[in-house]
Ligand binder design. Structure first.
Ligand code: BYC
Length: 472
């Protein structure tokens, strides 16, 4: 692969052409990435021209260039947000020191683990969504999922760049391992729980984009505060793309809710399964599932790992620099929900070990704003139903609530209650079968599946019936 013009093939603002060692590492990795993309990327559409956004620079003009491209020819670029002059470490024991341009030797292992954990989620989500193109509800949605997929690919490139540029041989080995783990594989699974779940249908996909990509937003925002400046700058740029993924999720669910309401009004019934819609209680059960597995992604409520990441200056709080406290947190406390026998109580805990919970709080508040916008659609149709976020203790596999059974309203219930009721709370086999039966491809420009309303507008100012993917 020697002799590739990397500046044009891999748009970048990290002067790739000046760094022979890094170029060689990426030259070695790139064909393996493409092989992984062919094996695990969107199935069946690799040769189709798709109207995609590509970042060719980080400025306002360059970060969103739209054109038709075949996915394997997508130009996965490497971009860091512009440097902040004289940036410092803004929290923890090194507060006030100049931000690090190289990895501090003593934090190598910890930082590598954070970057690998972040990087691992990116290919995982592409793997999870591999089959969805075949059942797209419209060409518009097909284009959107491919946009999300290529950008997750770019986010993998972003983490591989950090590993290859700053972690020597260990980094290169980790870059390879990122292409070897597989979502849901019993022997070599992805690192975090939610990324080993299946995304078998489009309702799950939109929920994933709303809930799980939003974890991405909060984790990236915390890493964007890092004292390790290349990580900070990388994450800052990734956040611009992450916003689109959450839009796809929020707007997707909103359109499903809209369609459900239209069908309820038209047929004067809640039973939408006769009419090809997705009823609101089913949407609620999918919401409960995706919210709870995404809450797990924040780690344990009380975490010495989180305290260390902060004290070492590696991972901050959401909007760290906007906070007005001492940014050391050694004396501070934070209210944390905990199990107390048969009750859930809130106790003040040392703030440093509570940082996962604090980030989870920021996340839950953000999710609640999105759910309120969905409820606004229901309310406008004059329908008496409200979607709600499940209690944070519901259906958890990580942290203090992993051992107990909790109802979506926060009541601790016994196993017998759980067995009797969980079909009301989580997607049932029936639900899954019904949703699967709806997954019939709709590929005529401007047409939409029966269970989802068209979007209010198309992509990049284009019409909703634009040919977003050329299937011909
Ligand atoms: N599943 O103290 P604890 C995204 C492990 S999403 C499995 O509780 P800690 C995206 C943990 O690793 C954002 N294992 O947690 C979205 C630890 O293992 P070790 C991804 C889990 O370390 C959509 C042990 O349990 N980025 O970008 O404070 C599409 C005890 O750890 C889980 C990041 O996550 C779990 N859910 O925090 C595409 C940021 N949770 O050390 C992309 C980087 C915990 O005992 N990662 N464990 O072997 C981190 O900051 C932290 O690793 C975590 C966990 C927040 C994930």
């Amino acid at each position: 692969m020697a002799g590739i013009d990397y500046s044009s093939l891999i748009p970048n603002n990290v002067s790739l052409h000046e760094n022979r060692r890094l170029q060689r590492a990426l030259e070695d990795w790139q064909p393996k990435f493409l092989e992984w993309w062919q094996d695990m990327g969107p199935l069946g559409f690799q040769a189709k021209e798709t109207y995609l956004r590509t970042a060719v620079s980080v400025d306002a003009k360059g970060w969103a260039q739209f054109d038709y491209v075949r996915m394997p020819e997508y130009r996965w670029g490497i971009f860091l947000a512009e440097p902040e002059p004289s940036r410092q470490v803004n929290f923890g024991d090194h507060k006030g020191q100049p931000a690090w341009q190289e990895v501090p030797g003593e934090y190598r292992g910890t930082l590598r683990r954070l970057i690998v954990t972040q990087g691992d989620t990116e290919p995982a989500s592409v793997e999870q969504q591999r089959h969805l193109g075949r059942t797209c509800p419209s060409l518009y949605d097909l284009r959107n999922i491919f946009q999300v997929n290529v950008e997750e690919g770019r986010h993998l490139w972003a983490m591989v760049y950090l590993l290859d540029a700053h972690f020597g041989r260990d980094g290169r080995e980790e870059s390879e391992a990122l292409l070897q783990r597989r979502s849901g594989d019993a022997d070599k699974p992805r690192i975090l729980g939610a990324f080993n779940e299946k995304t078998p249908d489009w309702l799950s996909f939109f929920m994933f984009c709303f809930f799980t990509d939003r974890d991405g937003k909060y984790q990236l925002a915390s890493l964007a505060e890092s004292g390790f400046d290349p990580l900070s700058r990388t994450c800052r740029f990734m956040l611009t793309e992450e916003a689109h993924h959450m839009f796809v999720g929020e707007a997707g669910i909103m359109r499903i809710v809209q369609r459900a309401c239209e069908l309820m009004r038209e047929h004067k019934t809640d039973d939408l399964r006769k009419h090809g819609g997705i009823d609101l209680p089913t949407i609620q059960r999918y919401l409960n599932f995706h919210c709870s597995v995404s809450l797990d992604l924040f780690g344990s409520e009380i975490s010495t790992n989180a305290a260390n990441f902060y004290t070492l200056g590696l991972k901050g709080r959401f909007e760290e620099t906007k906070k007005t406290d001492d940014h050391l947190l050694k004396q501070a406390t934070y209210p944390v929900a905990e199990l107390d026998g048969e009750r859930i109580v809130t106790r003040d805990e040392p703030a440093l070990v509570s940082l996962n919970e604090r980030l989870r709080d920021d996340y839950v508040a953000d999710c609640a704003r999105g759910v309120a916008r969905w409820n606004e659609v229901i309310r406008k149709h004059g329908i008496d139903f409200e979607l709600t976020l499940p209690h944070r203790a519901f259906h958890r596999a990580i942290g203090s609530f992993a051992e107990v059974r909790v109802a979506p309203d926060g009541r601790i219930v016994g196993q017998a209650d759980w067995d009797a009721r969980h079909r009301d709370w989580l997607p049932t086999e029936d639900d899954k079968e019904y949703i699967q039966s709806l997954m019939q491809p709709v590929v005529e420009p401007g047409k939409f599946a029966s269970w989802i309303a068209p979007p209010a507008r198309g992509v990049n100012g284009l019409a909703v019936d634009f040919e977003y993917v050329r299937l011909g």
